[in-house]
Structure formats: structure tokens, C-alpha cells
Design a protein around this ligand. Structure first.
Ligand SMILES: Nc1nc2c(ncn2[C@@H]2O[C@H](COP(=O)(O)OP(=O)(O)OP(=O)(O)O)[C@@H](O)[C@H]2O)c(=O)[nH]1
Ligand SMILES: [Mg+2]
Length: 474
């Protein structure tokens, strides 16, 4: 994809934004969301969690464009404003806001009673702009007005960010009115834990309106954000396509048709598919910069060895509205979702399960002498279409859950409940049928080897998957 972000921007000085506000309003959470770093700082329900200023950087093409500074919550605004007024009248000179703040920072209380507030103000006067994070569930009190009064003295643009607006107790209009009354007319609604898809675009766009001198950096951030989202979605769909093509190509040779050989073969294939799915989950988590703990345990193969229901579980297959071979309901899980191919004929999952339940070759007798004759040829096991459909649905479901999740979210995201079928046509996509005929595609890492036909298949299958996911997003 064409890179359109202007590299030359990186050589100018990064834009410095302080994140300020009352304690416990979501400042640290905002940094997690904007940096996509779920481990940034410490977040908790306790007030006074952040005790020091902490910086995070946003890079575009290796250049730092934005520096965000998390600051401690302001705790004693009323007393501090009183002190600032007292210092100002004692000085007898007419000072502007930043001079008053500097005077305060040089005074003894800045190292004593107001140490926390001093950390915020010291960062504010070094920054180009600030976000003021508001918990709109709070009533607007004089402590908030005083806090804003103090922050405004720093002389930099202040953009209020209305958090918790979706909460039933939100007092959005009271806050809007109060902020406007203080001369702050530009503000932005921003749900920090679950930001809207265009949330960051609106946030940086609003800030660009207040910060003419840095509009180019902010526009580059907006563009880069959209660009990275597109790249991530494409890379994610390619991971799933790679998984599906690899699994479709997998085959397991069995030497004889007795039950123990078939069961061992089915077991090996089963294990291989689960491992491949797990590897795909790990790659998707890392692509979206999440950790296994962020997703509900039961839904992840890597936490308990398999998904709550592994892809071969007959009950899962049925609950997905997918056709399952007749024997599945009988509980012959070892063979569910696995086709037996013998002498060039696909006998289907039902046959394999019948064979496993009924003791092998005898069960196959009803296929007639003719067929039994073919059994001397090559005998293979491979996953059936249903398994490919289940894997596609699960991995696409995971991608959508990761996309919806903000990096400040504290609760685990569920995946399993929301699964919707992805490959719904009666026939599987042509790329997967092609993979069936190309067992060499099953070799781990083969997609890295540059095989042209496989690369083409990955790219066209991923486009199909991306289309299905786009339809599910709306
Ligand atoms: N549901 C929900 N919870 C949020 C949101 N933003 C923050 N929180 C929660 O509010 C609490 C405080 O968040 P922090 O990010 O630690 O707040 P802070 O402003 O950095 O707090 P201090 O460092 O103590 O000043 C945490 O439990 C967050 O998970 C939000 O948009 N929605
Ligand atoms: Mg904090």
C-alpha cells in the first residue's frame, strides 16, 4: 500500500500534549487508548493513581510526531487558586498567566502542599496544548471551575475531552454549558475505553483547529491512523487466509483402515489444526497489540490448550448452523470434521466416524467390494469443509472483537458468543479448493517461501474475508 504520510514532518519538533484533569477521570486510560498500549502506566478506580508525569510517544515512519504527557490528578484546586491569587496581589505587578504559574512553581508550596499540582503545571507550561479530561458523571463543582481557571493560566490551548458520555448518569449538557462559560467552546466527546471508530480523527481534528501552527502534524497523525488501520485489517485478513489455506492443504496418511490407525491419524490431524489456529490467534493478538489476558479465557486456545469447544467439537459445529456428518451426534469426536479419502474417493466424515465407532474395515463393507478394492490405494485424512468454516468464523470473530476493544478496556472481551458464519456459500472459495490439491502448502512457514500461486491465493482469499468482515462491521 502506498505510504502517504510526509516523512519530512518527523524532523520538526514533536507536538507536546499534556493530559490533565481531576483525579480519576481517565487520563492514564486516554494515553493507553491513543498509544494502543494496554500496559501504559497504572490505571485504577482509586483516585491519585498516577503520581508522576509520564511520557508516551507516537511515531510515524520512525519519527516522533507526538509526545503525550500523563499527569497526576489535580486534587486541591480551590486552595491552589486562592494561593495563586494571593501570590499575584502580593507581587504588586501585572503578570500574565504563565508568569504567575512560574512564580508559583518557584515558591515553597510548589514543593510542599501542592507538589502534585506543581508537577501538572510544570508539564503544562512546557507543552504546546493540553487535553482536559472530564468525567461527565461528576456534577460541575467549583473545584472543577477553579481547576480550569488554573490550567488556563498556563497559556496553551486546552481541549476538553468529555469522557463517560455514554453513561446514564452523564451530565453532558451541564458540562458543555460550564465549559463554554469559561471560554472553552471547542470540546470533543470521547469514550476513552471504547472510542468510536472515528474518535481519534475527531480528537486530532478538533485540536488542529485550536493549534494552527501544528495542524500539519495533527493531519499526519490522522492520516497515519487511518493508514495503519487499513494495513492492520489487511494483515489480519491475510493471517486468517494463510491459516485456512494451510489447514485445507493438510493431509494425514494412514497405512491401514483399522480403527486404531484411523484414530491415531485423526488425532494427529486434529492436534495440528488446533496448533495452527492457536498460532494464528497469537499473531492476531500481537498485530492488534493485545495480550491473551485481554480476551475471555474460554475463547482462546492458547490459554487452556483449546477453544472452549475445539473446532472439531460436534456440538459446536451444529451450533454454528453448519452441517455435520451423521455420526457426529453420536459423539465420535475424534473423527468429527475429518474426511477419509481412499483410492481417490472422498468418503466423508461420517464414514470415518462410523469406522471409528464400529471398528474399522467392517463398517466400510457396505460400500461394497468394489470400493474395498480401492482401499489398497493411498488412504488420507483431511479436514472437511465445516472445519474450515468454523476456523474462518472464529478468527474473523476474534479480529472484530479486537478491533472493537480499546486499549484502556479493563474487562475481557468475549469472542465466542458473537461468532457469525463467514464462508457461507455452499461451495468453499476456489482458493481453498486449490489448497486441497496442493499439500505442499501445508508446510509450516511455506507462505513465507514466496510461492507465487499461494501468495495469490492468500491475497484473493483475504480480500473475500475482508469483505465479509466489512459487512459485519456495519
Ligand atoms: N467504563 C469506563 N471506565 C473508564 C473510562 N475511562 C476511565 N475509566 C475507568 O476509570 C478509572 C480511572 O481511570 P484512570 O485512567 O486511572 O484515571 P486517571 O485520571 O489517570 O486517574 P488518576 O491517575 O488517579 O488521576 C479506571 O477504573 C478506568 O478503567 C471510560 O471511558 N469508560
Ligand atoms: Mg492516572
Amino acid at each position: 500500500m502506498k505510504q502517504r504520510v510526509d516523512l519530512s514532518l518527523g524532523v520538526s519538533k514533536p507536538l507536546r500534549i499534556a493530559v490533565a484533569g481531576h483525579t480519576n477521570t481517565g487520563k492514564t486510560s486516554l494515553l493507553r487508548t491513543l498509544t494502543r498500549d494496554a500496559r501504559f502506566g497504572e490505571v485504577s478506580d482509586r483516585p491519585g493513581t498516577t503520581r508522576h508525569v509520564e511520557a508516551a510517544r507516537l511515531l510515524v515512519n520512525g519519527h516522533v510526531l507526538l509526545e503525550l504527557y500523563d499527569t497526576p490528578g489535580i486534587e486541591e484546586p480551590i486552595d491552589l487558586l486562592a494561593l495563586l491569587e494571593q501570590q499575584s496581589s502580593a507581587s504588586g505587578s501585572r503578570e500574565d498567566g504563565p508568569q504567575r504559574i512560574q512564580r508559583f512553581l518557584a515558591s515553597a508550596p510548589a514543593a510542599g502542599q501542592f507538589e502534585q499540582e506543581a508537577k501538572v503545571l510544570r508539564q503544562m507550561i512546557k507543552s504546546d496544548a493540553a487535553f482536559y479530561v472530564v468525567d461527565t458523571r461528576d456534577p460541575v463543582l467549583s473545584k472543577h471551575r477553579d481547576e480550569l481557571e488554573i490550567l488556563r493560566l498556563c497559556g496553551i490551548p486546552l481541549l476538553p475531552l468529555l469522557n463517560f458520555v455514554a453513561h446514564p448518569a452523564a451530565r453532558e449538557s451541564a458540562w458543555r454549558e460550564a465549559l463554554a462559560g469559561l471560554g472553552l467552546h471547542a470540546m470533543v466527546r470521547f469514550d476513552i475505553v471504547a472510542p468510536a471508530e472515528d474518535g481519534e480523527r475527531l480528537l486530532y481534528g478538533k485540536l488542529a483547529g485550536l493549534l494552527d501552527s501544528h495542524a500539519d502534524i495533527l493531519n499526519a497523525l490522522i492520516e497515519n491512523h487511518a493508514h495503519e488501520t487499513r494495513l492492520r485489517q489487511q494483515a489480519a485478513a491475510e493471517q486468517v487466509a494463510d491459516l485456512l489455506l494451510g489447514v485445507a492443504a493438510c493431509r494425514q496418511r494412514v497405512s491401514t483402515l483399522d480403527a486404531s490407525a484411523l484414530e491415531a491419524g485423526a488425532h494427529t490431524l486434529n492436534k495440528d489444526v488446533i496448533e495452527r489456529e492457536q498460532a494464528c490467534v497469537e499473531r492476531l493478538l500481537s498485530l492488534y497489540r493485545f495480550y491473551p489476558d485481554d480476551i475471555e479465557t474460554a475463547a482462546l486456545p492458547l490459554l487452556n490448550g483449546k477453544w472452549q469447544a475445539d473446532p472439531f467439537d460436534p456440538v459446536l459445529l451444529q451450533s454454528m448452523g453448519l452441517r455435520v456428518g451423521g455420526g457426529a451426534a453420536a459423539g465420535a469426536a475424534a473423527g468429527a470434521g475429518i474426511d477419509l479419502i481412499a483410492g481417490g474417493l472422498t468418503l466423508g466424515a461420517a464414514t470415518l466416524m462410523g469406522a471409528l465407532l464400529g471398528g474399522g474395515v467392517q463398517t466400510l463393507r457396505h460400500y461394497g467390494r468394489n470400493l474395498m478394492g480401492r482401499m489398497t490405494g493411498e488412504k488420507l485424512l483431511r479436514v472437511d469443509d465445516t472445519i474450515l468454516r468454523v476456523l474462518a468464523a472464529r478468527q474473523c470473530g476474534l479480529i472484530l472483537a479486537l478491533e472493537r476493544r480499546g486499549h484502556a478496556a479493563q474487562q475481557r472481551s468475549p469472542v465466542a458468543e458473537a461468532l457469525r458464519p463467514v464462508l457461507t456459500d455452499a461451495e468453499l472459495p476456489a482458493e481453498l479448493r486449490l489448497a486441497r490439491a496442493n499439500p505442499q502448502w501445508a508446510a509450516r512457514g511455506f507462505s513465507m517461501a514466496g510461492d507465487e500461486r499461494l501468495q495469490k491465493a492468500i491475497s484473493s482469499l483475504s480480500a473475500t474475508l475482508a469483505q465479509s468482515m466489512a459487512a459485519m462491521r456495519v
